[in-house]
Design a protein around this ligand. Structure first.
Ligand code: NAD
Length: 313
């Protein structure tokens, strides 16, 4: 069986059940052939309908054991890792074997996420990080290298939203703050991570944009500008550094159930998603892991909507 360039040996069926009106199997498979030698011989769990197990990788259980997955031996850094999408991504990377540096302005949040990873048997360290400060970002990359010996994956998730005011009512200070964290913060991360990843033998960066990086809406002009800018930075960096072994992609989440958005906003967002609900952070993390993984080895410079169909309108 071949999926995305992997050749698998069929393994045991772990579980089967109905998903909607389709029967879905979870099958443990052994990787027989892949360009990245360190995946060969590993067991991975894939699931989907019986004739198309190329459905989805399984990343989404908080209880799944930490350890020996497709990021084994790799070092990852997640900004904004103390909450929401960043926290879910840090846990998922650790579950797949990565050593994870969790960075966040909220040091307590970063510590909690790193502790959760370690208590589950994974490898993690935490730092206080302000992505709006270039020195702080450089220090975090240095901390990842000194704790774990390199850097292969950067996930740039730290962000703030400023919603509510019309463009004419947003102050210069508010506009500058959103830009400094969301857009310039991503720029600082790229500047620090790219050389570290090249020196570590290559890897991938995933920047977190938004559906608001692809389309616009009212009363979010600074956020929308910053998220469109992140896609521009992603494309530019991919053109300049992919040939040196650093793939750079962006994920554009739709509404996601994190502390960033209130219950009221969540309810208002649901009708925008043809799938009929907003996302869980783990569903965004799964897309981030895909883009960071060898399964996406020929993908660079894309802005992937993970938005329940929002931008198909
Ligand atoms: N939740 C959504 O609906 C949604 C939708 C699209 C995109 N996003 C994007 O996803 C990313 C993660 O957001 P989330 O929903 O998980 O929100 P969240 O508020 O749960 O997490 C954001 C994290 O970023 C941290 N942070 C803020 N400023 C920082 C700084 N200067 N330096 C370092 N860390 C900082 C916060 O402390 C927080 O832990 C953001 O970039 C956000 O714009 C979220």
């Amino acid at each position: 069986m071949c999926i995305d360039g992997f050749r698998f040996a069929w393994g045991r069926t772990e579980a089967a059940g109905w998903k909607g009106d389709e029967l879905e199997y979870a099958v443990a498979v052994e990787v027989l052939e892949f360009r990245t030698a360190d995946l060969i011989g590993r067991t991975m769990l894939v699931f989907g309908p019986p004739r198309n197990v190329a459905g989805r990788w399984k990343f989404d259980s908080e209880d799944a054991p930490m350890g020996d997955g497709m990021f084994a031996g790799k070092v990852a850094m997640v900004t904004g890792g103390g909450s929401g999408i960043g926290r879910a991504t840090a846990l998922a990377l650790a579950r797949e074997g990565a050593s994870v540096l969790v960075g966040d302005l909220n040091e307590a949040g970063a510590n909690e996420a790193a502790t959760a990873i370690r208590e589950a048997g994974g490898k993690a360290a935490a730092v206080r990080l302000d992505v709006a400060d270039g020195q702080s970002v450089a220090d975090a990359v240095a901390a990842a290298r000194s704790a774990f010996g390199g850097l292969h994956v950067g996930v740039n998730c730290a962000g703030v939203t400023l919603a509510g005011d019309l463009l004419l009512d947003v102050s210069e200070a508010q506009f500058d703050q959103v830009m400094a964290i969301n857009l310039k913060g991503t720029w600082w991360c790229l500047r620090a991570q790219i050389p570290a990843i090249i020196e570590s033998g290559g890897g991938a960066i995933v920047n977190i944009s938004s559906t608001m990086g692809l389309v616009a809406g009212p009363r979010s002009s600074s956020y929308i500008a910053s998220k469109h800018g992140i896609i521009g930075l992603t494309k530019a960096a991919s053109i300049e550094y992919s040939s040196q072994g650093v793939r750079v992609n962006a994920v554009c989440p739709g509404g996601t159930a994190t502390p960033m958005i209130s219950d009221q906003v969540r309810a208002a967002l649901v009708p925008l998603h043809p799938i009929g609900r907003i996302s869980e952070p783990e569903e965004i993390a799964a897309a981030i892991l895909f883009l960071a993984s060898p399964a996406a080895s020929f993908i660079t410079g894309v802005a992937l909507p993970v938005d329940g169909g929002w931008t198909s309108h």
